[in-house]
Design a protein around this ligand. Structure first.
Ligand SMILES: Cc1cc2nc3c(=O)[nH]c(=O)nc-3n(C[C@H](O)[C@H](O)[C@H](O)COP(=O)(O)O)c2cc1C
Length: 381
C-alpha cells in the first residue's frame, strides 16, 4: 500500500498503522475509557441527512471563510496536536507547510515538537498556539508574551484537560514520554525498523514550547507528571478572563460543550470557542461535538465565532457542521494518519482530497459559497 492508494481517512489510517510501531499508532487512534465518545463523534454525522438544491449555476465555488479575524481559503484547519515528530520525523514542519499550501490555519500544541517561532517564520498562514494553564502564573504570562512576540495570531486555551483522560490503550502499551514500554510494545518497535531509523537519524526529540521554561529533558518530567504537577486544576473563569485581557487579541477556548460556558466565554471577551471533546480522549460519555453544535450556535453564534472538531472524516461532514452554523471545522486524526503515513506529502494529499470533496459536495448541494448552506439543507433522523 502506497500513498497514491489512499483515497480517504480509512486508507490513511491503514497506511499509518502499517508504518507506525503499535504503541504510537494506538496513542493517535485511541481515546478515553470505552472510546464511546470517540466513535459517536463520527457516527453523529450519519444521523443527519443533506437535502440538496439543484440547477443553481455552480461552476465556481468559494470555499473561503473568515474566522477570528483570519481569512482561510478552506473551512477546515489543522487542530493542534501533541508530539507530531514522533509520528513522522517531519512533524509540525510538514503539517504547517501543508496547511500553508492550502491557505489554512494550523495549530501548534504546547506539547509540540517544533518551536512556534520556527513555524511562524516559515509560513505566513494564520497560526494558533494551543495553551495549557500552569500553576505558575508568571510562567503563563511569559509564555503568552513569547507567542505574541513570535506573531501568533490566535491564542487557543484548551479547557477540557484539567486532568488527563483515561487512555487505556496507552496504559496497556506503556506509552509515555519519556518512553517506558512494555516488552510486547518494544517488540513492535523492532518490527517497524524504518520508523526507528528515521526517529534516530533525525534531530533529537524535544518539546520546544516547554523546554525553555520547564525541565522536560532527560526524562526529568514525563508528560503525565507535566499534567499533574505543572498544570493548574484550580483554574477558574477569573483566571481565564485575566489571560484574555493580557493577550489582547483573538482568544479562543477549545473544549466548550455547554451553553453556560459558551455564554461565559462571550462575557470574558473571547472571540472564538471550539465545541470539542478532544477527539473523545478526555471525558468518555461526553456528547458528540456535532450533536452539541446547534444549541451552542443558537445561544451565542451571533456574538462569537463557533468552531467545532471531532470525528470529521469527510467533506460532507464539514458541510453538515457549516450548515448547522459552525464557522470553521478542526481536523485531528484526519491529518495525523496521513502525517504518520507519508509526512508532508501525506498531509497535502489529505487536505487536497478534503478540498475536492468539499467543493464537489458544494456543487451537488447547489451552493456557490459556504454562507449559502443553512439548516434548511439538513434533516435529522
Ligand atoms: C494524537 C493526538 C494528540 C492531540 N494533542 C492535543 C494537544 O496537545 N492539545 C489539544 O488541545 N488537543 C489535542 N488533541 C485534540 C485535537 O486538537 C482535536 O481536538 C481532536 O483530535 C479532534 O478529533 P478528531 O481527531 O476526531 O478529528 C490531540 C488529538 C490527538 C488525536
Amino acid at each position: 500500500m502506497r500513498l497514491s492508494d489512499c483515497h480517504n481517512f480509512h486508507d490513511f489510517r491503514q497506511l499509518a498503522r502499517r508504518r507506525l510501531p503499535g504503541p504510537i499508532f494506538d496513542y493517535i487512534d485511541g481515546a478515553a475509557d470505552d472510546e464511546v465518545t470517540h466513535r459517536r463523534n463520527t457516527a453523529s454525522f450519519e444521523h443527519c441527512d443533506l437535502v440538496p438544491n439543484v440547477l443553481r449555476g455552480v461552476e465556481t465555488i468559494d470555499l473561503s471563510v473568515t474566522v477570528m479575524g483570519q481569512k482561510l481559503a478552506l473551512p477546515v484547519y489543522c487542530s493542534p496536536t501533541a508530539l507530531q515528530r514522533l509520528f513522522h520525523h517531519e512533524g509540525e514542519r510538514a503539517v504547517a507547510a501543508a496547511a500553508a499550501r492550502y491557505g489554512t490555519m494550523f495549530g501548534v500544541s504546547s506539547l509540540g515538537t517544533v518551536s512556534l517561532e520556527e513555524l511562524r517564520r516559515a509560513h505566513d498562514t494564520p497560526q494558533v498556539y494551543q495553551f495549557y494553564f500552569h500553576r505558575d502564573r508568571s510562567l503563563n504570562r511569559v509564555m503568552l508574551q513569547r507567542a505574541k512576540d513570535a506573531g501568533v495570531q490566535v491564542m487557543m486555551l484548551t479547557v477540557d484537560s484539567i486532568t488527563g483522560g483515561n487512555r487505556e490503550r496507552d496504559l496497556r502499551t506503556g506509552f509515555s514520554i519519556p518512553f517506558k514500554l512494555s516488552l510486547a510494545a518494544m517488540l513492535q518497535f523492532v518490527i517497524k525498523p524504518a520508523w526507528g531509523t528515521n526517529y534516530l537519524t533525525h534531530e533529537a526529540f524535544k518539546l520546544p514550547q516547554l523546554d525553555k521554561h520547564i525541565d522536560m529533558s532527560g526524562g526529568a518530567l514525563s508528560i503525565g507528571r507535566y499534567f499533574t504537577e505543572m498544570l493548574d486544576p484550580s483554574m477558574t473563569w477569573n483566571d481565564v478572563a485575566e489571560m484574555v485581557q493580557h493577550w489582547n487579541g483573538h482568544f479562543c477556548l477549545k473544549g466548550v460543550m455547554s451553553i453556560t460556558d459558551a455564554k461565559r466565554a462571550v462575557e470574558i471577551g473571547c472571540t472564538g470557542i471550539v465545541v470539542s471533546n478532544h477527539g473523545g480522549r478526555q471525558l468518555d460519555g461526553s456528547r458528540a461535538s456535532f450533536d452539541q453544535l446547534a444549541e451552542i450556535v443558537d445561544a451565542v453564534g451571533d456574538r462569537i465565532d463557533v468552531l467545532m472538531d471531532g470525528g470529521v472524516q469527510r467533506g460532507s461532514h464539514v458541510l453538515k457542521a457549516l450548515a448547522v452554523g459552525a464557522k470553521a471545522i478542526g481536523l485531528g486524526r484526519y491529518y495525523l494518519y496521513p502525517l504518520a503515513a507519508a509526512g508532508q506529502a501525506g498531509v497535502e494529499r489529505a487536505l487536497g482530497l478534503m478540498q475536492s470533496e468539499i467543493e464537489r459536495d458544494m456543487k451537488l448541494m447547489g451552493c456557490r459559497a459556504l454562507g449559502q448552506l443553512s439548516r434548511a439543507n439538513l434533516r435529522f433522523r
